[in-house]
Design a protein around this ligand. Structure first.
Ligand SMILES: [Ca+2]
Ligand SMILES: [Ca+2]
Ligand SMILES: [Ca+2]
Ligand SMILES: [Ca+2]
Length: 773
């Protein structure tokens, strides 16, 4: 459904910078609108075929209805370019032929339309807007906003605008509506003289809403006609700020804004105060009463020039999208504001959409609800940016969800990539009808400068349910697996998959990658667990599954824990990322509408993957699994008595005799670090029968001893000694100092007893005079 007023619209014409910088960060997603099999319908050259477009169905026939407001009419050949409405059958139409509909207007350029009404149909722009009742036998509204009353020809020509209500059969009598003409007016009526009703239209069960932006010297208004009561509602003029050239009615829509069983009407005034405005009116008796208003935030942005009512979050209340296609950072990138309905007419601004923010894109020129194209229970929306890509045009697909709308678009349909000749693709969009009967609503997009419309069909969407079963924890104190003489820690991972969805093939092929310890890998750290494959250790494995619909299929894998695992605290995360394998579609195939292959459900722009995690088993009594290490020890001088003094040259070795105990929970990755002068040399370490100590030099003056790998049990003690060669001491310093510190990967609350400062003063036997302390 498209409204527009290109000929009369006052455009912003600024001075454009010749040089500009533009950075486009384009994220190319591909989702379920098929671009391989577009159905392109073409109309007569320069007829603006596609300026408006409408998906229609009646009985079992599906149609694309197309407005061509500059076309010549075969039924009105003596009228100069009155415009025409075409119908294009979807099935059994291999040549993609469209035929003009006879709206019963006759072949006279002038028509009598009332006591003071003489219609002039020349250049009336029939088909500038199209709308349809949203039901099985929905009628169609087609308007010609430049239709003129020339009764007062000598004084004024009055472009009142004209609309036709077309039966669902697309044949037979049409009902004319000239909402701005009033029979009793005996002379030129300035109120609705230049009304141009029908530049935008919407058609609900009972109401025909026609925007009339030229009323009251281009203040504008809306004309709301009730089909059942054959009467018009009047807009309470005090409710709207009367500013000339506001263009109220440039865009209209209708929805359940205040409550689910009431229809309210919304209208845009894109030139109001220079920044644009949108109103919602509720019907009260015979009046329309304002219930909400919002203003644009940027001068010249044309806020309110397109509107879309759609229940994004499936709460029964319509939400409102408002386009500002000339919203500019550099120039006319365009923007769409999202308002979520909170009930009783309260609308909450929930953010803005920008597409790719492309230069001169006019994103938001057209906004259309397209139904739930991916069958997730939430309505979806298409937003046109017809001037993007140097007037090639683009359409962005956004998805409703429980929170409102997902701000990332799932797909960008580029006009030129559908067909290189398309221009102004996305100026008009229609949706909600399943045109090929595959269970998914399809989208039709007009590109009027190329006199074309394109039907793009939606592919079936597969939802895959993936479960990763892991042990609750992994006990690394006892081996679970044996390979030859090797004892290993190992555990099972079971990956189960199942798929579901509407009208899917019965059998699909899925490819998946199972990645072990994915968090570590993402930090470029080695994985702590691995899979064994042909004798090598791998941390990612690929598998293929053939699945029957609704049937769960599981595969079991064994993962092994590496020998030298240090980090036993952080979770071990497994990820299954999956993609669709090849499959053959069976069943009925039509030559012109081949069945479309399914796609996987889009995960809001994220990788299609599922994760689960397990932990290394910990034996903790405290909430935070805190250790409490304690270091005790003394420095022993070999050959001499234990004295606090060391005679230089008199001692060859010193020994640090240490006891480490753990008064807290099991301590992981426990180490003792020794700092010392480079004048002593680490020789060796010695431990009692407990074992579990291993020492190694990190630097010449830095030694690290691990304790009780993989962990030091709660309430345990280790006794050991570390021996250093002191024969090379130069005597430069008067103290020989060892700083010893114990640390684990656990949290620890008392660290003061983790540190030991073991020092000895020394004197020179030969030169006692230098004795200093
Ligand atoms: Ca809603
Ligand atoms: Ca959806
Ligand atoms: Ca379909
Ligand atoms: Ca401690």
């Amino acid at each position: 459904m498209r409204r527009g007023m290109a000929p009369l619209r006052i455009r912003k014409t600024g001075v454009h910078n010749i040089f500009y910088l533009y950075l486009s960060i384009s994220v190319a997603y591909s989702y379920n609108i098929d671009l391989e099999h577009p159905l392109v319908f073409r109309g007569p050259n320069s007829s603006f075929f596609g300026y408006s477009v409408l998906e229609h169905y009646h009985d079992n026939t599906r149609w694309v209805i197309v407005g061509a407001p500059r076309a010549n009419s075969t039924y009105s050949s003596s009228v100069h370019s009155p415009g025409a409405v075409y119908k294009c059958r979807i099935h059994s139409n291999p040549e993609r032929r469209c035929t003009e509909m006879d709206l019963g207007r006759g072949n006279k350029p002038r028509e009598s339309c009332g006591k003071t009404c003489q219609g002039d149909r020349n250049d009336e722009w029939m088909g500038v807007s199209l709308a349809r009742q949203d039901r099985a036998d929905g009628r169609i509204l087609a308007c010609a906003h430049r239709w003129k009353n020339v009764y007062y020809d000598s004084e004024h020509i009055l472009p009142h605008g004209y609309c036709s209500v077309i039966p669902p059969t697309l044949q037979g009598r049409t009902k004319p509506l000239i909402p701005c003409y009033e029979d009793y007016k005996q002379k030129y009526g300035e109120e609705h003289g230049s009304c141009q009703a029908g530049i935008a239209g919407v058609f609900t069960e009972e109401l025909v809403v026609m925007g009339a932006p030229g009323s009251y010297y281009w203040t504008g208004t809306i004309k709301v006609y009730n089909l059942s009561s054959d009467s018009f509602y009047s807009l309470n003029k005090d409710d709207v700020d009367s500013h000339r050239y506001s263009y109220l009615g440039y865009a209209v829509t209708a929805g359940h804004f205040s409550s689910p069983d009431v229809v309210d009407v919304a209208a845009g005034a894109p030139q109001h105060d220079g920044s644009g405005k949108v109103y919602i009116f509720k019907i009260d008796g015979v009046s329309l009463v304002k219930s909400f208003q919002a203003s644009g935030k940027m001068m010249g942005s044309y806020f309110g020039s397109s509107l879309c009512a759609v229940d994004l979050n499936q709460d029964g209340l319509s939400d409102l999208l408002v386009g500002a296609p000339m919203h500019s950072q550099l120039r006319d990138e365009g923007q769409v504001s999202v308002y979520l309905s909170k009930g009783n007419g309260v609308m909450e601004e929930a953010g803005v959409l920008n597409g790719d923010n492309a230069f001169n894109a006019h994103f938001g020129e057209c906004i259309t609800a397209i139904g739930d194209i991916d069958d997730d229970g939430y309505q979806d929306v298409a937003i046109g940016a017809p001037k993007e890509d140097d007037y090639g045009g683009a359409v962005y697909i956004y998805h409703g969800d429980a929170t409102g709308i997902i701000s990332k678009y799932s797909m960008k349909l580029s006009g030129r990539s559908v067909n290189p000749g398309l221009q102004m693709f996305g100026q008009s969009i229609s949706g909600t009808v399943d045109m090929d009967g595959n269970g998914y609503a399809d989208i039709t997009i007009g590109a009027f400068v190329a006199d074309s419309v394109v039907l793009l069909r939606s592919r079936p969407v597969i939802t895959v349910d993936v479960s990763i079963f892991l042990p609750v924890s992994i006990n690394i104190t006892v081996p679970q697996c044996h390979e030859g003489h090797q004892n290993l820690n190992c555990f099972n991972i079971t990956v189960c998959m199942r798929f579901r969805g509407r009208q899917l093939p019965g059998q699909i092929e899925l490819l998946y990658n199972l990645t072990a310890d994915v968090d570590k890998r993402q930090k470029s750290q080695p994985s702590r667990v691995y899979f064994a494959q042909s004798g090598s250790q791998i941390s990612q494995m690929s598998r293929q599954l053939s699945l029957a619909i609704q049937q769960e299929h599981c595969q079991r894998h064994t993962a092994y824990v590496k020998k030298d695992v240090k980090d036993v605290f952080t979770a071990i995360t497994f990820e299954v990322a999956y993609s669709l394998g090849k499959h053959v579609l069976t069943g009925h195939q039509e030559r012109d509408l081949p069945a479309l292959t399914p796609v996987l459900r889009w995960r809001k722009g994220n990788k299609i993957a599922v994760r689960n995690e397990t932990w290394f088993e910990k034996n903790c009594l405290s909430d935070d699994c805190a250790a409490d290490l304690r270091l005790h020890g003394k420095l022993l001088l070999s050959g001499l008595h234990v004295k606090p003094h060391l005679a230089l040259g008199g001692v060859k070795n010193v020994s640090l005799n240490l006891t480490i105990s753990n008064a807290g929970d099991d301590a992981y990755d426990t180490n003792i670090y020794f700092n010392f002068t480079r004048e002593v040399f680490y020789i060796n370490f010695w431990q009692k029968e407990e074992k579990g100590i291993a020492c190694g030099l990190v630097e010449l003056d830095f030694l690290k001893c691990s304790v009780g790998f993989p962990f030091m049990r709660a309430q345990t003690k280790y006794h050991f000694a570390v021996i250093f060669d002191t024969s090379q001491l130069s005597g430069k310093n008067d103290t020989l100092q060892f700083l010893v510190q114990a640390k684990s990967a656990n949290p620890e609350h008392r660290l003061s007893d983790n540190i030991l400062d073991l020092s000895v003063h020394w004197f020179m036997r030969q030169t006692p005079l230098l004795l200093v302390w």
